[in-house]
Design a protein around this ligand. Structure first.
Ligand SMILES: [Zn+2]
Length: 162
């Protein structure tokens, strides 16, 4: 036992992690390989970069859409699903959209990635989302409505006497 070479681990590691022995004699966790970029979806600037309360983390843009095997494309910056996929799901009215306590976030439990950030919707898509909301065709999870109003949505009171 004592004849085996010994190395110092820098940082932490969990079962299944791949470690690399560096020339300085230190073991470090091999950085995960990012999922491949979906070139056909182009680049974008994630709306979460410029949002109040989200400090810029120094990662250079532009952002891309990446796709893990068996999953939908996700934003390389925030991990959100692609707005077109989200709108397809919202239009379908089959899969449940899970309200959150954030005005910019929604869960789609049937798909991975399972979160969507509204900042990714184009203006057109925001209009369409409001149409769907008004039509009542979206399947919205408990409590059956977006209790935190999506930031681009304004609820109007019924007209006087209506
Ligand atoms: Zn994003």
């Amino acid at each position: 036992m004592s004849d085996l070479p010994e190395y110092k681990l820098e940082g932490y590691a969990s079962a299944g992690d791949v470690l690399q022995l560096h020339p300085d004699g230190v073991l470090r966790r091999k950085p995960p390989t990012p999922p491949p970029v979906r070139e056909d979806l182009g680049t974008h600037t994630c709306g979460r970069r410029t949002e109040d309360g989200v400090p810029p983390d120094g990662r250079p843009g532009p952002d891309t859409w990446r796709e893990r095997p068996g999953e939908l494309p996700s934003c390389s910056y925030c991990g959100s699903m692609h707005p077109n996929e989200f709108m397809r799901i919202a239009e379908g009215g089959v899969h449940e959209l899970g309200p959150t306590d954030k005005s910019y976030k929604v869960y789609v439990d049937s798909h991975r990635p399972s979160k969507f950030y509204f900042q990714h919707l184009t203006l057109e898509q925001r209009h369409r989302f409001i149409e769907l909301l008004n039509a009542g065709t979206m399947k919205i999870g408990f409590p059956g409505r977006f209790y935190s109003r999506p930031f681009f949505v304004q609820y109007s009171k019924p007209a006087e006497g209506a």
